[in-house]
Design a binder for this molecule. Sequence first.
Ligand SMILES: Cc1ncc(C[n+]2csc(CCOP(=O)(O)OP(=O)(O)O)c2C)c(N)n1
Length: 644
Amino acid sequence: MAILDNINGPRDLDSLNSKQLVELCGEIREHLVQSVAKTGGHLGPNLGVVETTVAIHRVFNSPQDPIIFDTGHQSYVHKLLTGRKDLSTLRRKGGIAGYPQRSESIHDVVESSHASSSLSWADGIAKAFKLSGQDDRFVIALLGDGALTGGMTWEALNNITHENDRKLVIVVNDNGRSYAPTIGGIAKHLTNIRTDIRYKRMYRFSKRFFYGFGALGRMVFNAARGAGKSVLETMAPATMYPNLDIKYIGPIDGHNIVALEHAFQQAKDYNSPVIVHVMTQKGKGFDPAMLNDDDQFHAVGKIDPNTGESLEISGGESWTNVFREEIVAIADKRPDIVGITGAMTIPVGLDAFATKYPSRVFDVGIAEQHAVASAAGMAFGGLHPVVAVYATFINRAFDQVLMDVALHNAGVTFVLDRAGVTGPDGASHHGMWDLSILQVVPNIQIAAPRDALRLREELREAVSVSDAPTVIRFPKGVAETSIDAISRSKDGVDYLYQSPAKDVLIVAIGSMAATALRTAELLRAQGIGATVIDPRWVVPVPKTVLDEAAKHRLVVTIEDGVKVGGIGTRIRQDMRTAQIDTALNEIGLPDEFLEHASRDEILERVGLTAKQIAHDVVAQVLGAKVPHAKKLDEITDSRLPEQR
Ligand SMILES: Cc1ncc(C[n+]2csc(CCOP(=O)(O)OP(=O)(O)O)c2C)c(N)n1
């Protein structure tokens, strides 16, 4: 790693010649593969932007010229060049974040991970620079062709092209892919530009070739040219937005460092907003990634750095996979069921459905707002759409859930994968807000399955609702096959645990059922009786939950979501309305941004473990003067069975 060893900041790149730069790019790729193979992370995207990132840092002067990554998963190379070469702690507790992180470096400006916001940021920063007289500063936005499909980029472009006097450089990293190939009209347009340039290159090459054969060669070439020309003429002009007043440079070979630097220098010289269109290959330099058709190693777990084979041990069937199977089984019987995904067909488990019924699954690009509003339209047209997104991304489309789906009584089902604490992706990727924001939507019905069996069951119940939004939310990872119920109430509440003494009612929300059961066991060891119920449908709150609350001395709700405005709070409000005055303790996530670490580490830190919950309950129950409970000073952590 001779050259990379000496790069401790962007200006260390200045003295390198073009041969050394090519060598450096090779070293960076090798380093990325070796490091990310051990930690997991976004390998494919970063292998694709090595030369682009090096060239940006050579031509521009970060942090004087801020660089915004969209999305931030393609910032590993930038991290390497800005003093963060040790990626061994990537995405681990206390280690390097998987996205730009301001606390790590002055070179990280925007903590971007929800796509398509970069151009708005760049527009805002450039406006501020201009107004405050910081005329010498450029703003650079590096965004993927996938990110370009998001509506925010179109809104930002509308503004950026309104005034043409700001130093704003938009670098489009066009690898033709989001996870899968990028879809839509803009993606087709980019393909046309790429094809156009390839045609031109082929034209120049074949002209040289045929002319080499003299007069006969010239004749053959000119005859073939007519046909080729008509193909070319049907293609789009080589500019990205022909009708917008913005300069365009490209397409540039994104693995040719000299060409890139030349293009960025030209962009710099314009002194006005400009798009530099860079063509790259996702996974470049690592065959297993380039040959992987699913996602070109967009994001990997631990892998073999030579073969790319996964080294992750799968402990059972994932929640996603259960959904993947069940939605096909439902679709087999219900021709009105359609699927919608925001550029994540495989990650959200709509791929099997798409393979079997290609015309019934719509990848809309990274466009959650459009996904939801168009779902309302599909419902109006007689379909039952199933919008499958990661829980954190439904934030983007709250208004559409409220005004387009709910207000219009549209039967649309939202399947929220990765709900709750997700772990290594950090603050932006925890699905911790959905329960709070969605429960304010009138008539919405929200289910949180506790296991694989319930996911199948509740999904079927959800798609049978034709006049309101329904939501199924479940976490990342492996699903318990079945956590059996002792009985079920008429309104669908499952009883999971009952002891003779009705001291504490534990309401388990979804995947927190296992924690709730463990808590009940720990309480039993302290002489405290608990009932554990799973409401299954958590909004609206089933009446049985309230009836049971009235029969106990304390209610504890456990949810894997932010506790401000969560399900616990909802139950507390419903209890108050029903004049039930049992004390309630809502256990959930704090309203903080939770930094990257493993899911277990985060749950431990925020106290969402059976041991911690039991400990708190013991203190509370004693406060509530339960006669048969032991005294507080006798009940310490060391007495809890887990620690004995
Ligand atoms: C609002 C939002 N929706 C979905 C995602 C999930 N997501 C992460 S990266 C990605 C694809 C990005 O494609 P592109 O911008 O082309 O970057 P590439 O990885 O191909 O370089 C998607 C859909 C996201 N980050 N933000």
